[in-house]
Design a protein. Sequence first.
Length: 86
Amino acid sequence: MLRAAPLVLAAALLAGCGGQSVSGRAVFEHACSSCHTVTGHDTNVDGGDLGANRLTVAQIESFVGVMPVRLTPRQTRAVAEYVAGR
C-alpha cells in the first residue's frame, strides 16, 4: 500500500492536480495536434489551423467542449490560453 502512494501522487501531479500548473502547449501537443495546427495559416490538416483566426479564450474553450477529447477544466483553460496567444 505505501509503495503505491508515490505512483498515485505522480499520476495526480501529471493530471494537473495538487496546484501544479498545466502547460497549454503540452495539452495541445498531446490532445489536439493530431487534427489541428496553430501556425497562423492554412496547413490543410483535417481540423484546420486554429491560429489562422483570432479566437478568444472563451471561444476556444467552447470549441474544446465539442471536440472528441475530454479535458479537465484546467487543461481546457490552459490550451485555450495557449491557442489564443499564438
